[in-house]
Write a protein that binds this ligand. Sequence first.
Ligand SMILES: [Zn+2]
Length: 257
Amino acid sequence: MLQKIIRTLLKYIPRPVLIRFSLLINRVVALFYIGNKVECPVCNHSFIKFLPYGYTKATSRKNALCPRCLSLERHRLMYLYLNEKTDFFTKDLKVLHIAPEQCFYKRFRALKNLDYTTGDLESPIADVHFDVQAIPFPEASYDVVICNHVLEHVDDDAKAMSEIYRILKPGGFAILQVPQDTDAEKTYEDPTITDPAEREKYFLQKDHVRLYGLDYAERLSSVGFKVTADTFANNYTEERAKRFGLPMKEVFYFNKK
Ligand SMILES: [Zn+2]
């Protein structure tokens, strides 16, 4: 029931309105979810369970959205990865966060070790507005670029990847997670599919232009990245992974210049 309500809200209410609305109610909702069965590593709060989430019947699932900070499974996975496998939270780093996620940008901005800039095509919460296929920053100017769930919307994703590679300093890294069909060897894309309903059918969402397969790592390496593909959630016991609500099938790509 709640799953259906959330699906309907996501479908019909514009995202900016939804974000404002959800920020108002999430503190209240979180009160009803107080408990100790699941734990969000992003906001450090625990609950009886996470909220359901998903735009379509195919992507809709239970136990996904943190009632307090609105993190999803993939956000919690990235947060744990950055914390355990990188020096993101301790070293002085210049960071560009493209299409910054609601649950992260205030937290990252508050980190004293980061020189933190957000960018987006149009989002009002971004510091700088630009197209990821033409990033207005000089070569080798950032230590870290985070740009999740963007490339599946971009016509020329190779251009976007090489732009990100260009602005990274040698030794820097990028986190570029995308929706992925882990059962498919090859990425499925077809520029003649432009009808929103068809795109939703083949690419999971009305505004996606492709669905990545397991060749995603090759696409990233083709612009120069040294890619490490890690099924990071598997480093946890099943019990811990369940507690953090992690996506067990998600491959985490660490992309180094
Ligand atoms: Zn949270």
